[in-house]
Design a protein around this ligand. Structure first.
Ligand SMILES: Cc1cc2nc3c(=O)[nH]c(=O)nc-3n(C[C@H](O)[C@H](O)[C@H](O)COP(=O)(O)OP(=O)(O)OC[C@H]3O[C@@H](n4cnc5c(N)ncnc54)[C@H](O)[C@@H]3O)c2cc1C
Length: 411
């Protein structure tokens, strides 16, 4: 039985560990927190996941919360605008695209704690320990394959930044979110669950995402603020109450149609807020330890996009599914550097579309993209197509970009 070491119990690490376990591999999982600590901790994401990623979870029998989480069937796009001489902000663009299959957001505290318990219950070996490079240097020689799925943590130092695929050297958005109970329905709602993406040109974006959290049905208010701009105001927040007050003040100022729904909200729990920022990056997927042992990077550890387009957990699920297939197909052959690069290239063939699309949207929106978003208000087919691009961003290659825009350099 081939021995696999998985470092990191996030979306990618757990999904891949559970998948390998089901195929009969001897998997050891290093997690830096127990399930109880994960559940009692702070939120980590908005984790909206679309049809393909959810299908990979379902194929492994990991869709434990599918019947409980809100079924998101629409993706709404609004663009804020002003009218000369008229005070305030208005909703210049507003439409909902229909998703081909429902999306859903299950709080990672719920999902990852549950998956970690399932892995252990199914006989998996869990080591609760924050792995250091020195640990891996020893352990790598006791396993046929060591995978690092530790997200954006310190172990990324094992993987060199790939400058040709990483156009940004600094964070492009300041992130701030709050999980709330008590959000009112959308004004246009017919009982449908819609994930709303509100674009405020030059200022940032607000996602409003129906979710399942530790205390049941909730909504997530998630600001992506342009650094140094009016939404980049969470650095000195002292407590969750102040954080929520600032989130709401920005709603009132920049997206008043969402603020109207939010006047009675309250935080879901003490860990319901999060703020931070990071630079999007693509890394060399093969890490070499001091003793010469090799490790393969997984998901965010090697391809971390800004969450602007709600792709990271989707990409983590796709990476886990792609690596699972590559590992199984390898049979008894060695997991050497050449195999690692081939496995990553297979994942990158889809991941590159996510990176291109996300990096393009981090830049000021082009006239072509603005026209597309406006046109979609009167073009149902275009609205639906755009919404389903969140499931498969390769589709944007055919219509979203202007010549040369956001294309990968160095290939
Ligand atoms: C604010 C925000 C909103 C987001 N919204 C969305 C969204 O709506 N949709 C979407 O698809 N994606 C979204 N994402 C991105 C998504 O959450 C991540 O891309 C995804 O969780 C990455 O999965 P992963 O398994 O690679 O890493 P992670 O989920 O980060 O998991 C890594 C795990 O490894 C652990 N770890 C770290 N270091 C060590 C160590 N040394 N030893 C052991 N364990 C370690 C970490 O604690 C963590 O548990 C969002 C991200 C953020 C920050």
């Amino acid at each position: 039985m081939r021995r696999i070491l998985m470092v990191g119990a996030g979306q990618a690490g757990l999904q891949l560990a559970l998948g390998l376990q089901a195929k009969g591999y001897d998997v050891t999982l290093m997690a830096n927190r127990t399930p109880a600590e994960v559940r009692a901790g702070r939120v980590t994401s908005t984790q909206l996941m679309f049809r393909t990623a959810l299908r990979y979870e379902r194929e492994l029998g990991l869709n434990f919360w599918e019947g409980l989480a809100p079924r998101v069937t629409g993706l709404g796009v609004s663009v804020a605008g002003t009218v000369p001489g008229v005070p305030g902000v208005r909703r210049a663009v507003d439409w909902v695209g229909r998703l081909d299959g429902p999306a859903q957001s299950v709080d990672q505290r719920v999902k990852l704690a549950g998956w970690l318990e399932a892995f252990a219950e199914r006989g998996g070996r869990v080591v609760v320990h924050a792995a250091a490079v020195s640990d891996l240097d020893v352990l790598v020689h006791r396993h046929d394959l060591t995978l690092v799925a530790a997200g954006k943590g310190e172990l990324v130092s094992l993987f060199a930044r790939d400058p040709a695929r990483s156009p940004y050297g600094a964070p492009q958005r300041a992130l701030a979110l709050a999980y709330v109970h008590g959000l009112g329905p959308r004004a246009d709602g017919a009982g449908e669950e819609v994930a709303g993406w509100n674009l405020v040109p030059g200022v940032g974006e607000l996602w409003v995402i129906p979710a399942l959290t530790t205390s049941g049905r909730a909504d997530i208010l998630f600001w992506e603020g342009v650094p140094g701009g009016p939404c980049d105001v969470f650095g000195d927040v002292r407590d969750p109450g102040e954080h929520l007050a600032r989130v709401l003040a920005l709603l009132e100022r920049f997206v008043p149609w969402e603020y109207g729904r939010a006047t009675a909200v309250e935080l879901t729990d003490a860990g319901a807020t999060l703020a931070g920022r990071y630079a999007p990056v693509v890394r060399d997927p093969v890490g070499r330890l001091p003793s010469g042992g090799l490790v393969l990077g997984v998901a965010d550890a090697v391809v971390a996009n800004d969450p602007l387009t709600a792709q990271g957990a989707n990409s983590a699920a796709k990476c886990a599914a792609s690596y699972l297939a590559s590992i199984v197909e390898r049979g008894e052959e060695p997991f050497d550097a050449a195999w690692m690069r081939t496995a990553f290239a297979r994942y990158w063939s889809s991941a590159r579309h996510v990176t291109r699309w996300t990096n393009t949207l981090l830049a000021p929106m082009t006239p072509h993209a603005r026209t597309l978003l406006s046109t979609a208000a009167d073009d149902t087919a275009l609205a639906d197509r755009f919404a389903n691009g969140f499931d498969d961003p390769s589709d944007f290659e055919d219509y979203f970009y202007e010549a040369g825009e956001g294309e990968e350099k160095g290939e």
